[in-house]
Design a protein around this ligand. Structure first.
Ligand code: UD1
Ligand code: CA
Length: 499
């Protein structure tokens, strides 16, 4: 019985990525929910390696900080000077002197690589007892890549960098993907023999293959079924191309699980997102981070959700949300802005031009129009009238507002926190409330209305309004209508007073 192979993963991430023209190290550029490096580590994760070593160099501190966040078990090893991929692997292996078995080396800039492909590479390599196996791919345009050079019998002879290749070798379209499996002991020995006798004066990892072949060691080539997985990223144009390819891959996977995506070309779903069955994603929808969309929810068009949970059968239309929760059957938008800890319970409604932050909107409660809800608790089935502002900030501190179940807040109200509107209470439109309203009471803070008769004719003569007022007065003198009797509604204004 052979021992299971011990495995070490080495990710090469020390390069600058000059052509990115960026202050950010290349491997930290984001791509649909992970960095380039994050994608590579995610693909390698299921291989069950005992050790993962990431070679860092350019922007080492930033890359290490990122590693601490996404892969705390990985070891960052510094390659102070970028003297080539062979040099980088040598430094990585120096950090794991006790390791044996298989080492999987992956360039840090191949984010579309799938676990299944690297797993197949490693399985073939270990099954054949090879000293080294390279992942190769037939590509339409091999420009800039290392070529797989085979002998007449089809066996790997060497890997040649384009800049060192003969014209005949350059014509080859089978390329080195920059992903390899090695027998660690034999790799270690071969790395000691690398020269820098090439166009760049670097130690090339790829030269290990020629050395092993010369020494009569068995080496293999594993051809990727889908060359797209091997695409690297050298500049931002390529990054945008990879983003489109990954978008299509992600969208296709969700459609196959029963999600309707009306316009896959404008729907961008991070690889970290979850979408439920029979959800409908309309045009121009972006789902990012830890976002979860429940079954039968309808999201879009024109929606961005970041780290937001949307419950089953909820609706989100032309809105932006970050760190929010939208309950089952709730409705958001059009044009709502949900900020962190905006929590909408089942069947709540947050409508047009409404901003909600750090607030609970109760089951079936409604905030339909033009409001700001900050640091509030709104009870079940309460109704918040248009243009209500939860005045949560006194310039120094934030305070909470509580609106009880079934309360009714009239339009254009300021609820000046801390303040509480009791269950079933009413607040008269236009109030600026700074004292609690007991349950079932009506709170009103408006000044009594005054009507100053004849003001327009005296102060705005000759205007459109004055002419209309003249006509209305003439018409009124013809008719004999009296003014309607005071309604109950007027009584709450504290009695009509005219001056
Ligand atoms: C490399 C391969 C090439 C292959 C291509 C696939 C070599 C010599 N060539 O070329 O055959 O077709 O990848 O994309 O390996 N890195 C370090 N330290 C260094 C140099 C590089 O960590 O000193 C890292 C880079 O950050 C990058 C990876 O190694 O993630 C590959 O380096 P890069 O310079 O991009 O190699 P290529 O020229 O693309
Ligand atoms: Ca490269």
């Amino acid at each position: 019985m052979s021992q299971p192979h011990r495995r070490t993963v080495v990710v090469l991430a020390a390069g600058e990525g000059k052509r990115m023209k960026s202050a950010l190290p290349k491997v930290l550029h984001p791509l649909l929910g992970r960095t380039l490096l994050g994608h590579v580590l995610a693909a390698a994760g299921p291989l069950g390696a005992d050790r993962t070593v990431v070679v860092v160099g350019h922007g080492a501190e930033q890359v290490r900080a990122h590693l601490a966040e996404i892969a705390p078990d990985a070891t960052g090893v510094l390659q102070a000077e970028q003297l080539g991929t062979g040099h980088a692997v040598r430094i990585a292996l120096d950090a794991v002197p006790e390791s044996t078995g298989t080492v999987v080396v992956i360039n840090g800039d191949v984010p579309l690589l799938r676990t299944g492909t690297v797993d197949a590479l490693v399985t073939a390599h270990e099954g054949e007892g090879a000293a080294a196996t390279v992942l190769a791919a037939e590509v339409p345009d091999p420009t800039g890549l290392g070529r797989i050079v085979r002998d007449a019998a089809g066996r790997l002879e060497q890997i040649v960098e384009e800049r060192d290749a003969t014209p005949a070798q350059r014509a080859l379209r089978e390329i080195n993907a920059g992903i390899y499996a090695f027998d660690l002991a034999r790799l270690r020995a071969a790395l000691g023999k690398l020269s820098t006798d090439n166009d760049q004066g670097e130690e090339y990892l790829t030269d290990v293959f020629g050395l092993l072949v010369s020494a009569g060691e068995p080496v293999g080539v594993h051809v990727a079924a889908d060359h797209v997985e091997t695409l690297g990223c050298n500049d931002r144009v390529e990054l945008a191309g990879l983003r489109r390819l990954l978008r299509d891959r992600v969208n296709e996977a969700w459609m196959r699980t029963g999600v309707t995506i009306l316009d896959p070309a404008t729907t961008w779903i991070d690889v970290t997102v979850t979408v439920g069955r029979d959800a409908v994603l309309d045009q121009n929808t972006q789902l990012r981070g830890a976002t979860v969309v429940g079954a039968e929810a309808v999201v879009g068009p024109d929606v961005t959700l970041i780290d937001t949970v949307v419950g089953p059968a909820a609706t989100v239309l032309r809105s932006h949300a970050t760190g929010a929760e939208v309950g089952p059957g709730a409705s958001v938008g059009p044009y709502a802005y949900l900020r962190p800890a905006a929590r909408l319970a089942e069947k709540a409604k947050v409508g047009t031009f409404v901003e909600v932050k750090n607030s609970d909107v109760g089951p079936g409660a409604k905030v339909p129009h033009l409001s700001y809800v900050g640091d509030a608790t709104i009870g079940a089935r309460a109704n918040i009238g248009a243009a209500t502002i939860f005045v949560n900030y006194d310039g120094v501190n934030k305070h909470r507002t509580v609106v009880g179940d079934g309360a009714f807040v009239g339009c254009d109200t300021n609820l000046i926190a801390p303040v509480e509107v009791g269950a079933g209470a009413y607040v008269a439109a236009g109030s600026a409330l700074s004292q609690d309203v007991p349950p079932g009471a009506l709170g009103v803070t408006r000044a009594p209305q005054r009507n100053i008769e004849g003001w327009v004719l005296r102060n705005r003569p000759g205007t459109v309004s004055a002419r209309a007022a003249e006509q209305a007065r003439a018409a009124g003198e013809d008719a004999s209508g009296g003014s309607p009797s005071a309604s109950e509604g007027e009584a709450i204004h504290g009695g009509a007073e005219t001056v």
